[in-house]
Design a protein around this ligand. Structure first.
Ligand SMILES: Nc1nc2c(c(=O)[nH]1)N[C@H]1C(S)=C(S)[C@@H](COP(=O)(O)OP(=O)(O)OC[C@H]3O[C@@H](n4cnc5c(=O)[nH]c(N)nc54)[C@H](O)[C@@H]3O)O[C@H]1N2
Ligand SMILES: Nc1nc2c(c(=O)[nH]1)N[C@H]1C(S)=C(S)[C@@H](COP(=O)(O)OP(=O)(O)OC[C@H]3O[C@@H](n4cnc5c(=O)[nH]c(N)nc54)[C@H](O)[C@@H]3O)O[C@H]1N2
Ligand code: SF4
Ligand SMILES: [Mo]
Length: 745
């Protein structure tokens, strides 16, 4: 049997290692999909340190999506009401380059916007930064990470002086208490959850706390489930901090030596005594006290979070409130402890390293920092001052720019904003106004196709070679093993070709993605995410590797045990965790407490819109279903959209399971069959985000959501909006929508 190709699962940020083998293997029947197409064998890679051979249903079925409904050729049309016609790559690139030149010289470079994604490989991300921020001189590159991880990014930067989740997956096996807040890990990071649960079941003293307004599959395994009211996380964490402070369960030495701002923090938390907090959060004082007790008594406490924390109008403050608990208890930089954001997409981490948000530059640099701009300009061979000092438009500001007619060219790649953006009616109206939209994806149709003037076929995972970084900072080489369909090309190659035609031949003189990565890696030298020693060849030979800037960390430490008892850690310890030496990336090397009062939801419920709608994910589906909707097993697993309603609310509304409701917010409307369940708190309802206009009629979660965002991270509050609910008859639904469950059109 031929050697399998080693790669990474292209879905979630767990980043499970995969091995793939050709459909035809000696002595075996050819592996075929239902429609007869040969498909590649996929299995977990036992040698991958992050997943040790495990995969979930999405990773296991990925091969079934690779051949279906692919976009094979560039397509073009002059206006959105015309049909597309197939064009050559040359014609498409010429049209794009001409348009860029016209917009640059009539409206200025800031009228050009690119919206990318955590599903890019690092090479794609890096070349996009070089093209947009370097050569075109506008910082209008943003990614769907703005809707996903940007609160974690700003929280880490504000508290530690740099981005970067400090923990690693081994911590799951070493913790005494896992504090899971705003994460449905069991469904969204299943392989991590399995690992944690194994440890939890094996050791009776290990505690699992879950903070989520819903009783999710994750909460089912918990010792303590705090079903807080949506948006009350800061009250809860300040309440826990209050108790730790009153009980004197603090690490005074750590606070004294390694942090700033503790006194201001105490000034805030003293206003969060248990009766106040329990009332606001809708939990009992006993449960609050038990949570604080776990924090006080655990030797090693690991908190993990994702969208229930980040997707909030106070997302950065929530992240920093989690970090505060770690700082007051000294729970960081040691095995089994620390604040650990679980990254959503397979390469959202690589995107952060490559500078893939509108305020960042490659290597954890920022556009506002003059030294950083100068370093990058010199490295890219560009004249001084070429990179703009002002942050570019965020994803939502791009939509506002289209609305106002300020954007002359909108380039969307590897994301489907016609489903995933908040306030979808407004988003769609803005997309319709775009004078020129390029959409670069692997599949057609997707909802976004309707809003494009040019479609560019992208080679996806399996059809190009590049690297991705997972949640524990581990970089895996994802090698190509199939040929792209039709004329599809890797994203980086498309960006580089446009760059060359714009006259930047020197900047984009690459033949292979390995050269792109080598150059990017060199640019990270000496930065917190230093990976300058890595290359495709190194990763091929040594397997997936974590970055941790070991040189910079080790050199800050005394040779011998010093006054503070610090010793130079063993290389293994250095490479798997950040801040083992408690030296942070701030100028004085101290971490900062962030003192925040809770502000609550941006759109609280009221008499007219009495329910809080929250939105999220299901185990088998991935986002807007461009892959998973085309895999039969997964469609059968989750055939329909639905709305979860608590029995008490269902009774008041007079609805039962499988009956229909119309849900209205200030912005839009959607219709769902009801699922009555005690898993949701009264007053809150839940809708999955997966059904865009292509997969169901009028069941879009984002028809209802709003774009109010965190002032620091600019991440929209996709997790909560106020809605009213009206029962409707199935006949009305059938007439209005001719609804066909999970129809693949
Ligand atoms: N199966 C599957 N897995 C995925 C994905 C997928 O599409 N499908 N997508 C990947 C991506 S990109 C991401 S970002 C991650 C997301 O992973 P998660 O964040 O785990 O997933 P979500 O379902 O979006 O939201 C998590 C939980 O937040 C809760 N929540 C809502 N409001 C609040 C609140 O105010 N406070 C608290 N504490 N909790 C709240 C919700 O009830 C929900 O259970 O998943 C990744 N993994
Ligand atoms: N209401 C609500 N809305 C949400 C969320 C929520 O929890 N609730 N979550 C938000 C979050 S966290 C996220 S991450 C977003 C996700 O939202 P999107 O990014 O819009 O969702 P995807 O369906 O993953 O879209 C990715 C697209 O990239 C394509 N693709 C895959 N690989 C490649 C590649 O290599 N190159 C190119 N060019 N294309 C590729 C796929 O075919 C697919 O069409 O949704 C956000 N929106
Ligand atoms: S846990 Fe995430 S990375 Fe692992 S197989 Fe499942 S979707 Fe893929
Ligand atoms: Mo995400």
């Amino acid at each position: 049997m031929a050697e399998p190709t080693k790669t990474l699962c292209p879905y979630c940020g767990v980043g499970c290692g995969l091995e793939v083998m050709a459909p035809a293997q000696p002595g075996k029947a050819v592996n075929r999909d239902k429609d007869g197409t040969p498909i590649w064998f996929v299995r977990g890679d036992r040698t991958h340190p992050s997943s040790q051979g495990m995969v979930c249903v999405k990773g296991a079925t990925i091969a079934e999506s690779l051949h279906k409904d692919r976009l094979r050729y560039p397509m073009m049309r002059e206006s959105l009401d015309q049909p597309f016609r197939q064009v050559s790559w040359d014609d498409a690139i010429v049209a794009i380059v001409n348009r860029i030149q016209v917009v640059r010289f009539t409206q200025g470079p800031d009228a050009i916007c690119m919206y990318g994604s955590g599903q890019f490989q690092t090479e794609d991300y890096y070349i996009a930064q070089k093209l947009i921020k370097g050569c075109l001189g506008t910082n209008n590159f943003d990614a769907n990470s703005r809707l996903c991880m940007s609160s974690a990014v700003s929280g880490y930067i504000q508290s530690f002086g740099a981005d970067g989740p400090p923990c690693c997956y081994d911590d799951l096996d070493e913790t005494d208490c896992a504090f899971l807040i705003g994460t449905n890990t069991a469904e969204c990071h299943p392989i991590l959850y399995n690992r944690l649960r194994k440890h939890h079941k094996k050791h009776r003293n290990v505690k699992l706390v879950v903070v989520d307004p819903r009783r999710t599959a994750t909460a089912d395994g918990a010792d303590l489930h705090l079903a807080i009211k949506p948006g009350t996380d800061i009250d809860l964490m300040n309440g826990i901090a209050y108790l730790l402070w009153r009980w004197h369960d603090l690490d005074h030495a750590f606070i004294e030596t390694h942090t700033n701002g503790f006194d201001q923090f105490v000034e805030v938390i003293r206003h969060y005594p248990p009766p106040v907090v329990a009332e606001r959060c809708g939990i009992s004082e006993a449960d609050l006290s038990m949570a604080a007790h776990f924090w006080a008594r655990s030797q090693r406490i690991l908190s993990m979070w994702s969208m229930g924390v980040n997707q909030s109008s106070e997302g950065t403050a929530k992240v920093r409130s989690i970090i505060n608990l770690h700082l007051m208890t000294g729970q960081i930089g040691k095995p089994g402890a620390g604040p650990f954001s679980l990254t959503g997409q397979p390469n959202a981490m690589g995107g952060r390293e490559a500078g893939g948000l509108s305020h960042l530059l490659p290597g954890y640099r920022t556009v506002q920092n003059a030294q950083h701009r100068e370093d990058v300009e010199r490295f890219w061979g560009l004249p001084p001052g070429k990179i703009s000092p002002s942050p570019g438009r965020t994803a939502w500001e791009m939509i506002l720019g289209l609305e106002m007619g300020e954007v002359g060219l909108f380039w969307v790649a590897a994301t489907n904003p016609a489903v995933s953006m908040p306030d979808l009616e407004r988003t769609k109206a803005a997309l319709k106004r775009s004078p020129f939209t390029i959409y670069q994806d692997c599949y057609t149709p997707t909802e976004m196709v309707d809003y494009a003037h040019i479609l560019l076929p992208a080679a996806q995972w399996s059809e190009k070679t590049g690297v991705m970084t997972n949640s524990e900072r581990r970089i895996t080489l994802c090698s190509q093993f199939r040929t792209p369909p039709g004329e599809a090309k890797p994203d980086w190659l498309i960006f580089a070709e446009v760059g060359r035609r714009l006259g930047f031949a020197k900047q984009f003189a690459y033949n292979y993605s390995a050269e792109v990565y080598k150059e990017f890696a060199r640019l990270t030298q000496g930065q917190p995410c230093d990976q300058s020693e890595l290359s495709h060849t190194y990763l091929f030979e040594h397997g997936a590797t974590q970055w941790a800037n070991p040189a910079a960390q080790a050199s800050d430490l005394p040779e011998k045990p010093g006054l503070l008892g610090l010793v130079r850690p063993a290389p293994a310890a250095v490479s798997s965790r950040l801040y083992v030496d408690h030296q942070f990336h701030t100028p004085d090397k101290r971490a900062r407490f962030g003192a925040y009062h809770s502000r609550g939801l941006a759109e609280p419920p009221d008499d007219r819109y009495p329910f809080v709608l929250t939105t999220g994910r299901l185990y088998g589906h991935w986002h807007t279903q461009s892959r998973t909707g085309r895999i039969e097993k997964l469609r059968v697993m989750h055939p329909n959209p639905f709305i979860e309603i608590h029995p008490k609310d269902a009774e008041k509304l007079g609805v039962k399971s499988d009956e229909w409701v119309e849900v209205r917010s200030r912005r839009g409307m959607a219709r769902f069959p009801v699922l009555v369940t005690k898993a949701i708190a009264p007053g809150t309802v839940f809708v999955p985000m997966h059904w865009g206009a292509l997969w169901a009629d009028q069941a879009e979660a984002n028809a209802l959501t709003h774009a109010e965002a965190c002032p620091d991270s600019r991440q929209p509050e996709l997790k909560a909006c106020a809605v009213e609910i009206l029962p409707i008859s199935a006949e009305v639904v059938a007439q209005a929508q001719e609804f066909e469950p999970s129809l693949v059109r």
